[in-house]
Design a protein around this ligand. Sequence first.
Ligand code: URP
Ligand code: ZN
Ligand code: ZN
Length: 465
Amino acid sequence: MSLLIKNGRIITAVDDYQADIYCEAETITTIGKDLKLDADTVIDAKGRLVIPGGIDPHTHFDMPFGGTTSADDFETGTRAAAFGGTTTIIDFAIQAKGDSTFKALDTWHEKARGKASIDYGFHMIITDLPDERVPEMSKLAEEGVTSYKLFMAYPGVLYVDDGTLFRAFRKAGEDGTVICMHAENGIVIDEIVKTARAAGNLAPKYHALTRPTRMEAEGVYRAIAIAEVAKVPLYIVHLSSSDALEEVKRARDRGNSVHAETCPQYLFLDQSYYEKEGFEGAKYVMTPALREKWNQEELWKGLRMNDLQAVSTDHCPFCFKGQKELGLGDFGKIPNGAPGVENRMSLIFNGGVAQKRISLNRFVQLTSTNAAKMFGLFPRKGTVAVGSDADLVVFDPDRTETLSINNPLTHHMRVDYNTYEGFQVKGYSEVVVSRGKIVCDKGQWKGKSGAGKFLKRDRHSGFNL
Ligand code: URP
Ligand code: ZN
Ligand code: ZN
């Protein structure tokens, strides 16, 4: 099996040049001008960009949460990701309290096996870490699970106390692995939620009004302090506000190994979405909540200036009918999360490159390369280079599509609404290649469920991004 992509403009984190790419089996083997090589498949990429397949390091497929399960499983979720130009995802296995983390890993392997059509890895969500379980973390790292997510939010569900945080952080640091942090003071937030409910304030908008940005900033500050003492690289997930970003900036200026991602929802949507008619606001109930609009430009500045290093989606879809509706009459019962895995690349290209906030190279860094570096996948993933996996996107920078549940080119997610309904975006993933095979071709599905491989990830390089 060979594939030749001709005449494309190759964009990586640092390069921008015109050349042909030849792939044999699953790997890029030659890059050069006017390659005269026979191939089973030839793609003419004239007028198109050729970029590394997107990496979304934060998805929740088939996740039990909020009294239900996220609507996309590994089959529908990875297919939708691929349609949007993402060829690698990192999802989260969840340790049940009292159980071993290996049991969780087995469960998540089972969920993905035979279903995923693109490559995938797992972070481990640690919910319970008595001293005797700490050594499990080293074994997980040997299995290629080299990052762990812990929660300061969701008391009684995923929340862990500071002692648990420290035990996990210290061990992750000793092992050369990474901590991903959901940084929000869930204990204080729960008190504010209690007061709102008691006052009869139950509409979706109270989800945002009970989650002050200061409580996100406090969580970020505390995670940074604990990580500094524990000597571990830190990666703040789904950072949503200027307040929280300031803490990341301060730590990075001090030279700490602190990194952060934001998500399209915090760059394009704002708190006013909770005011939509009736129960519509429930579609945007996610944690952290959407913020006041002025935060968006601060986050873009963070992306441009490298205070933020990646854009993930935190794709966690719940159907409006039957799932979000669990919270009719009480915002506290609305399952938290929203879909987005399919629309990330186009949204960031449009808001970033087309609207002149970031360069093409920065676009690739934020959507692919930096996640590969952070999470032990580089240079196998995250770049276009000889020897790298042939995960490639032929990207049309001029084509405009309207993101919509009704547009078969922009919505394959198994959920009954699109978070970005009606947004016009420039930039379309025309042909998507996963390890040398075309999986999407101009809106046609060519991939295969089960073709995606589990990625045993390396440890962190030790260098700051
Ligand atoms: O609302 C969200 N973000 N749901 C998914 C769980 C998480 O906190 O990432
Ligand atoms: Zn989270
Ligand atoms: Zn998440």
